[in-house]
Design a protein around this ligand. Structure first.
Ligand code: ADP
Ligand code: MG
Length: 466
């Protein structure tokens, strides 16, 4: 179904414009060819006739009419293509190759174009001729010309060849233009059809790519990339809504129920106080969860790329370490910092700091060694990635705790996922989700590896060379 008129397509219009330009230049070229072939023939005959007239004029000047007639008689014997005629004032033929004065009128250029009869082997033939005529003093008539029959034929041949050439050019151009526009139109139609399907709610549809790499393909690819992004955002939104519904409703319900139960009984002020304090703690937890969710949504929206700045990851690591040092010490852990200074990354400072804080928080919270045989050390580092030191920076937080089992490492990056072992520690299961979202925002990635024993959480970021 073609919903757009073929002749209205921009491709066709372009094709017509190009065709017009091309035809104009072809016509110019062919005109030049014509001028040099057929035009040349005309000029050559005219010049030959003119030269003969000059010759005869000299004879006439030297010997008057008798010498002129004599010369014309002589020349008429072996005239070839030349035509002569001399008439006396009464119109009788004195000399020449013609039987009588041609009836044609003189053209504006002073030349006569006429037909004359000529005897050939098989009868009389009408042939085209071109000549100049003069009335001499005393009323004598002189005509000098040329048979141009053959020349006219060549001319016709050249002209018809040129007309055919121009006609073919235009016809081929039109057919080509129509063909190209039809092709283009079919693809635009496909794009339109897919767009309609997508608008009707099928966001999984993608525009067809012909694989030619042309503008339409580029457009299709960009639109598809946009659709991917929209789809990812929609899925993210839906997840957040689901998460909020599931994971925030139950704690809120619990909180509300406890308040209700407390109100029903007869409690002492101390008891009320204790319940209120517990409520505040839980509300803080809920607020923390909300903030974490918002921050993840912010990181995933991708709109923060504009507010990224160039910064040295070493400084970021040093700041985070300073902030968490007291907390680690409180839990009997040592914090070792190992940084290479002078590298540069383009990053969102606030979000990347928060991601680092989350990793440190996890290491302190979940990464306390179970046995006394391992040293209670957390190492935080920022170094060039050994695999591609020029291109990537590796920021890592490594502890000597129980670690995360291999087959849980992808799972814990999802929202609200907490391992069974962490059931008794406070937290919402959003920390690593934010780290993953921040990595994605920066075009980097998170790798959860083994620290033998313990967890080594690695954030790989693209390096900006100075
Ligand atoms: N350093 C670590 N050592 C062991 N387990 C960890 C570590 N970091 C994270 N985990 C596990 O991954 C889960 C998800 O972490 P996270 O998303 O930060 O949530 P939270 O810290 O709020 O529990 C944690 O509950 C814990 O089970
Ligand atoms: Mg955490």
């Amino acid at each position: 179904m073609q919903s757009i008129n073929l002749l209205k397509t921009s491709t066709f219009r372009l094709a017509v414009i190009y065709l017009a330009l091309f035809a104009a230049s072809a016509i110019t070229l062919l005109a030049y060819v014509y001028w040099n072939t057929a035009g040349f023939l005309v000029r050559q005959t005219d010049e030959a006739v003119q030269a003969e007239i000059t010759g005869l004029a000299e004879q006439y000047a030297q010997g008057g009419l008798p010498l002129l007639v004599h010369t014309v008689i002589q020349r008429s014997r072996d005239a070839g293509e030349s035509l002569y005629l001399v008439l006396d004032p009464a119109g009788r033929v004195l000399a020449g190759t013609l039987d009588g004065r041609p009836t044609a009128e003189e053209g504006p250029d002073g030349w006569l174009d006429f037909l004359y009869s000529r005897k050939t082997l098989d009868g009389v033939e009408m042939k085209a001729a071109r000549a100049r005529a003069f009335i001499l003093p005393e009323g004598f008539y002189l005509l000098v010309g040329r048979d141009v029959q053959e020349r006219r034929q060549i001319e016709t041949l050249i002209t018809s060849a040129l007309v055919w050439a121009i006609g073919l050019t235009v016809a081929l151009g039109l057919v080509g233009g129509l063909f190209m526009s039809r092709n283009m139109l079919a693809r635009v139609d496909e794009i339109n059809q897919t767009s309609r399907d997508i608008m009707q709610g099928d966001l999984s549809q993608r525009l067809p790519i012909a694989g030619t790499g042309d503008e339409l393909d580029q457009l299709g690819r960009n639109l598809n990339a946009m659709l991917d992004q929209i789809e990812a955002l929609m899925i993210g939104m839906r997840q957040v809504t689901d998460n909020v519904a599931h994971d925030l409703r139950s704690p809120l319900n619990r909180l509300r129920n406890r308040l209700e139960v407390t109100l029903m009984g007869d409690s002492s002020p101390e008891e009320y106080r204790a319940v209120l304090e517990k409520t505040i703690t839980e509300a803080d937890g809920l607020l923390g969860t909300f903030n974490a969710l918002l921050m993840i949504a912010k990181a995933e929206a991708g709109s923060l790329r504009e507010s990224m700045t160039l910064l040295d990851p070493a400084n970021l690591v040093l700041d985070a370490a300073e902030l968490y040092e007291p907390l680690a010490e409180e839990k009997g852990l040592r914090l070792d910092v190992d940084v290479t200074q002078g590298m540069q990354i383009k990053a969102h400072r606030e979000l990347l700091s928060q991601a680092l804080a989350n990793l440190l928080d996890n290491a302190i919270k979940h990464g306390t060694p179970d046995s006394a045989s391992v040293s209670p050390v957390i190492t935080i580092s920022a170094k060039p990635d050994p695999d591609s030191p020029q291109r990537h920076v590796m920021i890592s937080v490594a502890d000597h705790g129980p670690g995360i089992p291999y087959d849980e490492r992808d799972h814990v990056l999802e929202r609200f996922v907490r391992l069974e072992a962490s059931r008794n520690t406070p937290g919402s299961g959003l920390g690593l989700s934010l780290v993953a979202a921040v990595a994605r925002l920066h075009g980097g990635r998170v790798r959860l590896g083994d620290n033998d024993p313990g967890l080594k959480a690695i954030l790989i970021m693209r390096r900006t060379l100075k």
